[in-house]
Write a protein that binds this ligand. Structure first.
Ligand SMILES: [Zn+2]
Length: 216
């Protein structure tokens, strides 16, 4: 299992996967812990401020379940680096905080023909989908990639967030990973829209776009 990001989504996702006894988890993150992270990034506490997230994540997760092999790398994910990490993995869970990385993770899922879960959050809202590239619609079927003239929509800067929102969406990502691994019903060909203001969970059927990268 390759997990991109050890922040707000990545904290609960990795903790539940490791607690569940996943065999091996590889986590990539390039950031250090800061005070403003602690409201949502529950892998970390005040004593971890200024430390590399990846170093702390490995320590905390190893103590949670010593039988799980944790590989943790401090790196920035881009077109080149993801190739190196995706080798030897058959599943990616995207816990990044920006659209650019989510599109990159989606392209990697399609190219390598491996399964993946992608979630996104903003304020009180989140959405999550599971991709089985041979069978299901992909992230780009739902969110057509913004063109190059609109770089703002592909910003790499973190989206604003209420702490509990990534807690719930990251937990749902771990649930999707576990269910997909066990061949239980999952979110393939569905987008789950979570609205935490009115507490509604809406599942929308999505259809594979014949003109999308996943159909070529
Ligand atoms: Zn697609």
């Amino acid at each position: 299992m390759l997990q991109i990001g050890a922040g707000g989504l990545g904290s609960p996702c990795s903790m539940y996967l490791v607690a569940a006894g996943i065999k091996e988890l590889t986590i990539i993150d390039n950031d250090i812990v800061s005070l403003s992270n602690l409201q949502r990034q529950i892998l970390y506490n005040e004593t971890h401020i200024k430390k590399d997230k990846i170093e702390v994540a490995k320590e905390v997760l190893s103590k949670l379940n010593s039988e799980v092999k944790i590989n943790a790398y401090k790196d920035y994910i881009d077109e080149n680096s993801i190739k190196k990490y995706v080798k030897d993995h058959d599943f990616i869970v995207d816990c990044s905080d920006n659209m650019k990385t989510k599109f990159l993770v989606n392209r990697t899922i399609i190219k390598r023909e491996i399964k993946g879960v992608i979630a996104g959050i903003k304020d009180f809202y989140g959405q999550i989908m599971t991709i089985n590239p041979k069978k299901s619609a992909c992230y780009q079927c739902v969110f057509p990639k913004p063109d190059k003239e609109a770089p703002k929509t592909l910003s790499t800067s973190p989206l604003p967030v209420i702490g509990v929102t990534p807690g719930i969406l990251g937990t749902l990502e771990a649930l999707e990973v576990i269910k997909t691994a066990l061949n239980l019903p999952n979110l393939e060909n569905n987008l789950l829209m979570v609205n935490l203001l009115d507490l509604s969970f809406t599942k929308i059927k999505i259809v594979k776009d014949k003109n999308c990268i996943c159909s070529n």
